[in-house]
Design a protein around this ligand. Structure first.
Ligand SMILES: Nc1ncnc2c1ncn2[C@@H]1O[C@H](COP(=O)(O)OP(=O)(O)OP(=O)(O)O)[C@@H](O)[C@H]1O
Length: 245
């Protein structure tokens, strides 16, 4: 397993969460707002707000992350593990050209060799390196964020509602880029969404979270066609997924 989470607890808000993601595997985390999805992701990245403490165990390729010194975590973030958030503008520096921002993770982690222009072109953005974020559309900004997240070929990519803030027409393109990006690198993917159609198109396995706990887990097909937990059944009934009818 690339990522292993055992008995993760976060200040009573998340309880007993356990799962693993193998190299190249794509796992969805679904559940309603407030169920603890984002906190779970932030605890893996070592980015929980200071007032919240995590217990249990989170390992990346066997190395324990919970309680690891900040200098070790910052060496891993943007390098061996990256995260893409819902709102690209919050992840970008408004005063810095996007080419320089894409080059930054390689500079910080002293990994050379990759041309920021080429990285931007690989997410469908040729010739924008000298642009500032405000000159780009929302979808283009999220492409830049993805290029930054993938710059150092992370072992783990976490996406937290990466397409929720985007137009429907742009969403599918971003999902395709995420899929291509993790496939090429054999990165493990943890994909947080409330959109079951997105889970169906992106993930091989799904975890269903309710009130801080995982209440159901299985292959995407199992969970979306034969849900066992009442809550999952409700989620499916409320969605417009073909399989739920
Ligand atoms: N710093 C904090 N201190 C106390 N409670 C918090 C803090 N951050 C989040 N929470 C609470 O923890 C719970 C889980 O939040 P979390 O953001 O993980 O949910 P989520 O499933 O990701 O929801 P969303 O889809 O809205 O992001 C919520 O009830 C939230 O109010």
């Amino acid at each position: 397993m690339t990522l292993e989470v055992h008995g993760l607890g976060i200040g009573g808000l998340v309880r007993g969460v356990s799962f693993g993601i193998a190299r190249g595997e794509r796992v969805g985390l679904i559940g309603e707002s407030g169920s603890g999805k984002s906190l779970t992701a932030l605890s893996i990245m070592g980015l929980l707000p200071e007032e919240l403490a995590a217990s249990g165990s989170v390992t990346l390729d066997g190395r324990e992350l919970l309680g690891a010194p900040e200098k070790d975590l910052s060496r891993l973030r943007g390098n061996e593990m990256s995260m893409v958030f819902q709102e690209p503008m919050t992840a970008l520096n408004p005063a810095m050209r996007v080419g320089a921002q894409v080059a930054e993770p390689m500079r910080i982690h002293r990994k050379g060799g990759k041309d920021p222009e080429a990285l931007l072109a690989s997410v469908g953005l040729p010739g924008v390196a000298r642009a500032y974020p405000h000159q780009l559309s929302g979808g283009q900004r999220q492409r830049v964020v993805l290029a930054i997240a993938l710059a150092n070929d992370p072992k783990l990519l976490i996406c937290d509602e990466p397409t929720t803030a985007l137009d429907v027409t742009v969403q599918a393109q971003i999902l395709e880029l995420i899929l291509d990006g993790v496939r090429e690198r054999e990165s493990a993917l943890l994909f947080i969404t409330h959109d079951l159609a997105v889970v169906a198109s992106v993930c091989e396995r799904v975890l269903v979270m309710l009130d801080g706990e995982i209440v159901e887990a299985g292959t995407t097909r199992e969970v979306l066609t034969e849900p066992k937990h009442e809550y999952t059944k409700k989620l499916l009934a409320a969605s417009d997924l073909e399989a739920s009818r």
